[in-house]
Design a protein around this ligand. Structure first.
Ligand code: HEC
Ligand code: HEC
Ligand code: HEC
Ligand code: HEC
Ligand code: HEC
Length: 285
């Protein structure tokens, strides 16, 4: 069939602009991992990748399996009689596995079934799900622009970072947002799904603003959780004893005293002060 040159150019341009996955959604976990996974970053950013693997961000689905399963089995299915579909699963996955924005409805149905199967201990299911997380592309592309209505959507293949150092390996851009606490607030705070509900899983950023910043605290989330002590991408939190110790300090004052003068009963008055040094309420939840 003969297609005029101009029409052919137009078709070429169209296919370049709209990757097939963006229209129908990705149908398998293999494909999702291939296009949006962390493996492609590992070769060159080995150190960061190793740190990230130790963080809860790399386990953000398998670590909360019980919560996700209860949401599906007792919430959606039993009590609310709602479908286990993409719109409803994204109520959690918007933060726990944002890459699923690219998934098709059929892949989302598979993920729902995998969560229940993994909770029931079905072999292999948990391993499959461990491929879903908050990875490099999520933070350095998908979630990197805070005001997308003003600044536009993140460009595919461009990684937004604190310096925007250029490299022939891939596009980079400096992101003003990524070094601010507002960036972390996208997931560590309230969420408004497209239907306008308000969902909260954790509200840590609220207490950061209301209790810490408002009383003069100046550190950003990144200062304490990344830059301090070379923590980098390990993002220690409530599961890291060293971090927990840093969050709470004890102030002990002991004073000897004699109660009931004359009777000589010695006693000691001990004042224990517990101080919260974290930039927000602890524990969260
Ligand atoms: C706005 C983003 C966001 C949404 C939406 C969200 N979560 Fe979370 N969730 C988080 C973050 C961030 C944490 C870690 C909080 C912390 O440790 O302070 C978390 C923690 C959890 C935990 C506790 C993990 C632990 O430390 O014990 C469970 C369980 C959980 N989420 C389940 C869900 C379920 C189920 C849904 C959907 C109904 C959901 N989440 C929706 C961001 C979100
Ligand atoms: C939870 C969000 C998050 C995830 C996940 C994440 N990053 Fe980052 N990354 C950041 C933030 C925030 C900074 C900037 C820290 C600063 O300087 O304030 C950063 C900085 C960087 C930098 C530049 C400075 C440095 O530390 O070397 C590189 C490169 C980088 N990230 C690569 C990666 C790669 C590769 C992965 C996946 C293995 C990854 N990041 C996962 C949030 C994230
Ligand atoms: C072929 C090697 C290579 C691969 C693969 C690669 N990068 Fe990079 N990346 C670099 C180099 C080199 C730089 C320049 C800065 C530096 O030296 O760290 C860079 C810079 C960055 C920055 C900017 C840091 C800043 O300071 O602003 C981010 C973010 C980043 N990469 C993320 C990623 C992510 C996400 C992936 C995987 C999807 C990835 N990179 C894959 C080599 C690579
Ligand atoms: C795309 C969503 C997302 C973004 C952006 C994000 N996080 Fe998280 N973060 C999560 C989720 C989800 C968890 C919970 C993982 C779990 O409990 O399984 C988490 C866990 C954590 C934890 C460990 C919590 C614990 O209970 O020990 C820390 C610390 C943390 N994030 C800090 C940050 C900081 C600092 C930033 C900004 C630089 C950030 N996160 C950006 C989603 C996100
Ligand atoms: C002044 C330092 C400091 C700042 C600023 C700070 N944090 Fe923390 N954060 C800590 C310490 C210390 C802990 C450990 C305390 C604990 O959980 O017992 C912690 C714990 C956490 C946890 C685990 C909480 C839990 O109980 O499950 C999360 C998630 C977290 N921080 C995220 C953030 C985010 C997001 C920001 C910015 C909005 C932030 N932090 C700002 C020091 C800080």
């Amino acid at each position: 069939m003969h297609i005029p040159l101009l029409a052919r150019l137009f078709l070429m341009l169209l296919t370049m602009l709209i990757p097939a996955a963006a229209v129908a959604g990705v149908n398998t976990l293999d494909e999702l991992e291939k296009v949006y996974g962390d493996k492609a970053c590992m070769t060159c950013h080995e150190k960061v990748h190793g740190e990230w693997q130790k963080s809860l961000h790399s386990k953000s689905v398998v670590h909360v399996l019980g919560g996700l399963r209860n949401f599906i089995t007792f919430g959606l299915t039993r009590d609310w009689k709602k479908p286990v579909d993409k719109a409803n699963l994204m109520r959690c996955m918007h933060c726990h596995a944002p890459l699923l924005e690219h998934a098709s409805e059929s892949l989302m149905a598979d993920i729902g079934a995998l969560i229940v199967a993994a909770f029931d201990g079905k072999e292999g299911a948990k391993k499959e799900l461990s491929r879903l997380n908050v990875n490099c592309i999520v933070c350095h592309n998908t979630a990197a622009i805070v005001e997308t209505n003003l600044r536009g959507q993140p460009k595919p293949g461009v990684y937004y970072g604190p310096t925007g150092k250029t490299t022939p390996a891939h596009g980079t851009e400096k992101s003003a947002a990524i070094t601010t606490s507002a960036f972390c607030s996208r997931c560590h705070w309230l969420y408004t799904p497209p239907d306008g509900d308000t969902l909260y899983c954790n509200t840590l950023y609220g207490s950061y603003q209301d209790a810490y910043r408002s009383s003069g605290g100046a550190a950003t989330c990144q200062d304490c959780h990344m830059k301090s002590k070379g923590r980098g991408h390990t993002f220690p939190g409530a599961y890291e004893p060293e971090m927990v110790r840093e969050g709470i300090s004890m102030d002990l004052h002991a004073t000897g005293a004699i109660l009931q003068p004359g009777k000589g009963i010695k006693t000691a008055v001990i004042i224990v002060g517990l101080m919260n040094n974290a930039g927000h309420r602890i524990p969260d939840g």
